[in-house]
Design a protein around this ligand. Structure first.
Ligand SMILES: Cc1cc2nc3c(=O)[nH]c(=O)nc-3n(C[C@H](O)[C@H](O)[C@H](O)COP(=O)(O)O)c2cc1C
Length: 324
């Protein structure tokens, strides 16, 4: 009796790993999977679970000129298929970031993207100057879309004029790669995307959280002390995909897609919609290995689709009736 060899075993065993490296401006990444700002701290805790160099890049916690305590608690609430947060940009401030946090990330061998936030246009520009030419910083993510602060944040990202003022000032202040983070809480995201690119942004990221609220009917109180917060997680993925798809039609710069990425296929969906990279946010709170699993899952997806280079699927969405 002869043993039949399972079909394709040999082919699978020798098939080459797909090429996963991508670039966004001067930021070179080993793969397209980043972690989203505010959902990974500065990487120290999660580095106990896997080498951070397995990731494309780390977008660190929203950084401001001065340290901030953030909003009073409760400031997180679980919702169906997602969560609400109103952290309010709690962070150590730019000086402590440079002194105490960045050296760790440099040693970890992973590029870092600093998410910058100002109460005024001048504060954004000052942050960009402080971070100019610092080794280990691959890019700045200009956050004009935080829904949880009274001054700055979404105030700039919800109008073309506000976006132009911030991005032009930051562009003048630095030669670093700029990724401007867009809000889904606007009527026409395409016009804001175009304004950011025309003002000198090298790339765009989307989406920040979707403004929402949750109520405890028994106590008749809002779940968050801030009353409203930002919705994230799988519940927002359809909104993120729509925003990336629309923005990809409007501008030609690289995009970072985020909102509900949990699996490799979620990442592939964002790439098909037009993103060059993705960022994993809320999923990190569910499972420390979440982002690593997205890297592995995306690689498995590319292999299963017989794609040799990840660039082949970027913007590769098949729209229109299926071919017979
Ligand atoms: C707890 C928490 C804190 C966040 N903090 C920031 C922040 O400081 N800066 C920022 O640009 N986005 C922040 N975000 C938004 C995420 O970076 C991301 O854009 C959003 O959560 C959508 O991705 P996700 O569904 O994978 O979480 C935060 C999100 C959460 C859940």
């Amino acid at each position: 009796m002869t043993m039949a060899r399972p079909k394709n075993t040999l082919k699978t065993a020798i098939s080459k790993a797909p090429q996963m490296a991508v670039s966004i401006g001067k930021l070179r990444m080993a793969n397209p999977v980043m972690v989203a700002s505010g959902c990974f701290g500065y990487g120290e805790e999660i580095s106990r679970f896997y080498p951070l160099s397995k990731l494309g890049a780390i977008m660190v916690k929203g950084t401001t000129l001065e340290p901030r305590p953030g909003n009073p608690p409760p400031r997180m609430a679980e919702t169906p298929a997602g969560m609400l947060n109103a952290i309010g940009l709690q962070n150590v401030g730019v000086d402590a970031f440079l002194k105490d946090k960045l050296p760790f990330l440099r040693k970890a061998g992973v590029p870092c993207v600093v998410n910058i936030n100002g109460k005024t246009v001048d504060e954004y520009a000052e942050l960009a100057r402080r971070l100019e030419g610092v080794p280990g910083i691959g890019a700045l993510e200009v956050n004009i879309s935080c829904p949880n602060v009274k001054e700055g944040g979404i105030e700039f990202g919800s109008t073309v004029e506000g976006a132009v003022r911030v991005v032009s000032a930051v562009r003048k202040a630095t030669a670093q790669t700029l990724i401007t983070k867009l809000s889904p809480n606007v009527t026409d995201v395409r016009s804001i995307a175009r304004a950011c690119v025309d003002s000198g942004s090298d790339a765009l990221s989307a989406i920040n959280t979707v403004v929402g609220m949750a109520i405890d009917a028994r106590t008749r109180r809002p779940m968050l002390r801030n009353v409203t917060g930002g919705l994230s997680g799988p519940a927002v993925k359809p909104i993120g995909l729509r925003v990336i798809y629309q923005v990809a039609q409007a501008v030609k710069v690289p995009l970072v897609g985020m909102g509900g990425v949990v699996t490799g296929e979620d990442a592939a969906e964002y790439l098909l919609a037009g993103a060059t990279a993705v960022a994993v946010g809320t999923a990190n709170y569910l499972e420390p290995q979440a982002a690593l699993k997205v890297v592995q899952g995306l690689e498995a997806y590319l292999k299963s689709q017989k794609v040799a280079d990840v660039h082949e699927i970027i913007g590769g969405l098949r729209v229109g009736p299926p071919k017979a």
